[in-house]
Ligand binder design. Structure first.
Ligand code: F6P
Length: 546
């Protein structure tokens, strides 16, 4: 498929997939007592077990050939060298620079070292955090700040919001961080209802500083503040994070209180930049830096490990196998961690906005599907909601479990049960339970034969549902940074194999354009003559309320 270098391997993988369809995971385990040790990888104190995926050693060898033929190594070099690999926007994709430590070789973009600017913004974040935590940053009426409200959407919201929840065990006392994203006024109103203007600081986070949702929420927040404290208070209660410094100034935010980043940072890859400011305030700058260090450690692993041991690469190859060859349409992300409850949402943007594409790097229509639909929920909550369908719904639904050896909140009696549930789900999905096994089990429990015959079909499980389990030591800033960088690079490897640009997002533009056209119609300032009858009918029904 995709290009001539990979099409021959693609065909061999298709043949391997045919053979795999005849094989059950439980039989693969029975036939090979070493399956776990053969098909699991350790990195630092992490374990990634993919032995419950429907792969053989031969399949993995073919997938590694695909990696080679697609020239993943060449694309990694291009990314690292600051080449404009986001070709449709003429930009580099250098989020790796945001976690590159001081004192290491420079990272160049169009021949210029980006590191001085990156380190300068980090220092500015650190100083700002020290002022807020030290209660030196005062509101207009002289009070210290108790509440931070980050106003942003998409990449300017999901990363810091998710990581703030993920690192709840590390929160700085005395400061609450809130997130507002939705254009629906209910989002901002419900947050502001509990806050005092004199002790609230807003961060307006927007790469472009033109996004409708963020600009509307920022204007409403400004109005709320100005009504209470007057126009002059804006400078002490608003800071901004953006690449568009001119628009920030036009909004009235002091350039001294503006944190910058650069066009070579994609929105969904921007957590590591000043977009992470609310997170740095929530957990302290030292913890923010530990998260950067974790991401950098994963970068180094990704750049150097061979495909068979390369964690982002392995996850990418397994997803390509499941979706392009076995026909899976989705992947369930199931973190057995309450603190990682927002990870599925964050990864939905990272994976689906990056790789949900229809044309290749040359503009030609793709002849294979790209990013599968990602969905999920923190375990064990999902077990009492949708796992029924994963077990018995008859669909191929690859699952990705994430678990931690140590809890982040150590209440006695909880964590072993959580782990037992996580591992039990993977085992049940892999093994299943045949009709004969169910019949024998129910009979042995003393159930009358007629009841057994009636109930056994309901209580048996097909199994053969593939899963990967990531077992990490603990959820801390370092491991979180490494985990998120793992997914960034997984997305990149997939994009290379699919031959697509993962760094643009033209697909979100059309809806924005039409919303702009509809707004005056909804307001009654323009006629809806050119609208289709459904859209016109909806607008007319809305206006009936008047
Ligand atoms: O949804 C489109 C998008 O451009 C995302 O890629 C981005 O993260 C989000 O909007 C927010 O954009 P900005 O940070 O420019 O407000």
């Amino acid at each position: 498929m995709v290009n001539t270098d990979t099409s021959a391997i693609w065909q061999r993988l298709s043949q391997a997939a045919e053979a795999t369809r005849q094989t059950q995971l439980r039989d693969m385990f029975a036939a090979d007592r070493q399956r776990f040790s053969r098909l699991s990888v350790r990195w630092n104190d992490w374990l990634v077990d993919y032995s419950k995926q429907r792969v053989s050693a031969d399949t993995m060898a073919l997938l590694e050939e695909l990696w080679q033929a697609a020239d993943v190594a060449g694309w990694i070099s291009r990314m690292r060298s600051g080449a404009p690999i986001n070709h449709s926007e003429g930009r580099a994709a250098l989020h790796i620079a945001l976690r590159h430590p001081a004192g290491k070789p420079p990272i160049l973009c169009q021949g210029r070292d980006v590191m001085p600017a990156v380190l300068g913004e980090l220092a500015k974040m650190r100083d700002f955090g020290a002022q807020v935590h030290g209660r030196h940053w005062r509101g207009a009426s002289g009070e210290p700040i108790t509440d931070i409200v980050n106003i942003g959407i998409g990449g300017s919201d999901l990363g810091p919001r998710m990581a703030t929840q993920a690192l709840a065990a590390f929160h700085h006392p005395g400061l609450k961080v809130h997130y507002v994203a939705n254009l629906d006024g209910a989002d901002l109103a419900t947050v502001l209802a509990h806050l005092q203007p004199r002790s609230t600081l807003f961060i307006i986070a927007s790469k472009t500083f033109t996004t409708q949702e963020t600009m509307q929420n920022a204007a409403s927040a400004r109005h709320w503040l100005v009504q209470a404290l007057g126009e002059a208070a804006v400078a002490r209660h608003f800071v901004a994070v953006s690449t568009n410094l001119a628009e920030v100034a036009r909004f009235g935010i002091d350039p001294a209180n503006t944190f910058g980043f650069w066009d070579w940072v994609g929105g969904r890859y921007s957590l590591w930049s000043a977009i992470g400011l609310p997170l740095a305030l929530a957990v302290g700058f030292d913890n923010f830096q530990k998260m950067l260090a974790g991401a950098h450690a994963m970068d180094e692993h990704f750049f150097s490990a061979p495909p068979a041991e390369n964690l982002p690469g392995l996850l990418a190859l397994l997803e390509i196998w499941n979706s392009n060859f076995l026909g899976a349409e989705t992947r369930a992300l199931l973190p057995y961690s309450q603190s990682l409850g927002l990870l599925p949402r964050y990864l939905q943007q990272l994976e689906m906005e990056s790789n949900g594409k229809q044309v290749d790097r040359h503009g030609a229509a793709l002849d294979c599907s790209t990013a599968p639909v990602l969905w999920g929920e923190a375990g064990t909550n999902g077990q009492h909601a949708f796992y029924q369908l994963i077990h018995q719904g008859g669909r191929l639904l690859p699952c990705e479990f994430i678990a931690f050896k140590q809890p982040d909140f150590a209440l006695p009696g909880h964590h072993e049960k959580l782990l037992a549930n996580c591992f039990a789900q993977g085992e049940a999905l892999m093994r299943g339970k045949t009709l004969d096994e169910t019949t024998a089990e129910l009979s042995a429990a003393g159930m009358p034969a007629d009841q057994v015959a009636l109930l056994a079909p309901y209580r048996s499980f097909p199994g053969n549902q593939p899963s990967t389990t990531l077992l990490l030591p603990r959820l801390d800033p370092f491991n979180l940074g490494a985990l998120l960088a793992l997914y960034e690079h997984k997305v990149f490897v997939e994009s290379v194999i699919w031959d697509i640009n993962p760094f643009d997002q033209w697909g979100v533009e059309y809806g924005k354009q039409l919303a702009g056209r509809l707004l005056p119609v909804i307001r009654g300032e323009a006629g809806g003559d050119l609208l289709d009858s459904s859209t016109a009918g909806l607008v007319a029904a809305c206006r009936e309320r008047d």
